[in-house]
Design a binder for this molecule. Structure first.
Ligand code: PSU
Ligand code: MN
Length: 312
């Protein structure tokens, strides 16, 4: 089986995405866990469509990725996007390790950063926009809860544009692990690593970039001239006007962590439960923040993809 046969067997790439890639055009991968598990029904579909529109407006083709009835798909149709956002579809959360099971058993699921990046690479898509990267959880010394997003980024040469990691995670430990994995971390117009709802954590970023052209230059050099096959992380702070009030944020975080302990939530349910608490307890403020940052990341990713494609 050669590469193209293998690709065809594992992954269906939509005609639009396939032809953009064949022409050397700009394509941006988008994940589906944020839709199925990160945002509430209704709002998720609005955001899903906004993200695709934003990518198109910047001159790139969106490729939202999910697994449907045992088939991995890059470039969901409008109907497939609705299905992913419909809670009655009951999509499970698929990390990279779950892909074989979901495909082999004919199941459907939403893809995380780890599985979306892996599938994007198979499709030949080099740029991917999301909200927050998974990372090292607080208390990981006991729980060993470290997102597979980090391990996948260590060996998948895709650019991931995100707003850092949520402050519910152990941010310094996450950055240490990214360093260990040789994943370059770039701050977009910032010297501080962003903390999702907040523009800054107390951690520095190793490299600052100030334009899509600078990002593209780093990515091109990293892929072309640097040994290894790690991805690149571009950390783009939430837009100023959407940043959450720090006091409200700190209160929700403390409550959320207490809730997790009380309900003994573990593993892959941690992120969705915490996000739901933020969204409910802030009466939608965190939801607006979440939507705003992911829109901003989609726009930036598309601009970088256009630079990389040389189509500007
Ligand atoms: N961060 C968010 N919203 C999300 C996620 C992360 O603010 O929906 C999702 C992403 O899909 C990410 C995944 O890849 O959670 C990480 O989950 P885990 O920690 O179980 O690996
Ligand atoms: Mn985990």
């Amino acid at each position: 089986m050669d590469f193209s046969e293998k690709e065809a067997a594992v992954l269906r790439v939509s005609d639009e995405v396939r032809s953009a890639l064949a022409d050397g055009g700009a394509v941006v991968a988008l994940e589906s866990t944020i839709l199925a598990h990160g945002l509430p029904p209704g709002r998720n579909l609005t955001v899903a469509r906004e993200l695709e529109d934003i990518v198109r407006a910047a001159g790139a083709v969106p490729a939202t990725i999910a697994v449907l009835d045992g088939e991995a798909v890059a470039g969901l149709s409008a109907a497939e996007l609705e299905r992913v956002c419909d809670p009655s579809s009951e999509l499970v959360k698929l990390s990279r390790r779950d892909l074989g099971a979901a495909i082999g058993l004919g199941r459907s699921g939403a893809t995380t950063v780890a599985s979306t990046a892996a599938l994007a690479q198979v499709a030949g898509i080099g740029v991917f926009a999301t909200g927050g990267l998974g990372g090292v959880h607080r208390g990981a010394r006991e729980s060993w809860d470290v997102s597979a997003d980090l391990a996948v980024l260590a060996e998948t040469p895709v650019l991931v544009v995100c707003s850092g990691v949520k402050s519910v995670l152990d941010i310094p430990a996450t950055l240490e692990l990214l360093e260990t994995s040789s994943v370059p971390v770039l701050g977009y117009r910032t010297d501080r690593f962003p903390a999702f709802y907040l523009r800054e954590s107390d951690q520095a970023v190793p490299w600052r970039v100030d334009s899509p052209a600078e990002v593209a230059a780093v990515v091109a050099a990293h892929r072309g001239e640097v040994p290894g096959s790690a991805g690149v992380l571009l950390a783009n702070p939430i837009p100023v006007e959407a940043e959450m009030d720090r006091e409200l944020h700190d209160r929700l975080l403390a409550e959320g962590l207490a809730l997790l302990a009380e309900r003994k939530v573990r593993g892959k349910d941690v992120t969705p439960v915490l996000l739901a608490h933020f969204h409910q307890a802030s009466a939608g403020v965190s939801l607006d923040a979440n939507a705003a940052l992911v829109r901003s990341n989609a726009d930036l990713a598309a601009r970088v993809a256009v630079e990389l494609s040389g189509a500007n």
